[in-house]
Write a protein that binds this ligand. Structure first.
Ligand SMILES: [Zn+2]
Length: 91
């Protein structure tokens, strides 16, 4: 759920409107995109790699990541779309 004045919207995420995001495991982000450390919206940190992994979402430019909860909360608001995650390639 999001409130009209949800504090997470203070982070400017307008550039994400209508974008496709790739669902990936948090471990893949830690391994391949170490500069990404926090959810764009809620600033939740990526979980400790050794303990468990979660599904997170990354944009096609690989500049931001979003936790699953925020993706679900903001999917409608920002018209976010999820790919099937099968075509994610790591450089
Ligand atoms: Zn979040």
């Amino acid at each position: 759920m999001i409130e009209k004045d949800d504090w997470r919207l203070l982070n400017d995420a307008e550039f994400l409107r209508g974008q496709y995001l790739d669902p990936v495991s948090s471990n893949e982000i830690i391994e391949h995109l170490p500069k990404l450390k926090n959810c764009l919206f809620c600033w939740e940190q990526l979980p400790d790699k050794l303990r468990y992994y979660q599904t997170w979402y990354i944009d096609t430019e690989r500049t931001i990541c979003i936790c699953e909860k925020c993706f679900n909360d903001f999917q409608t608001y920002f018209n976010l779309k999820s790919t099937d995650g099968w075509d994610v390639e790591w450089e």
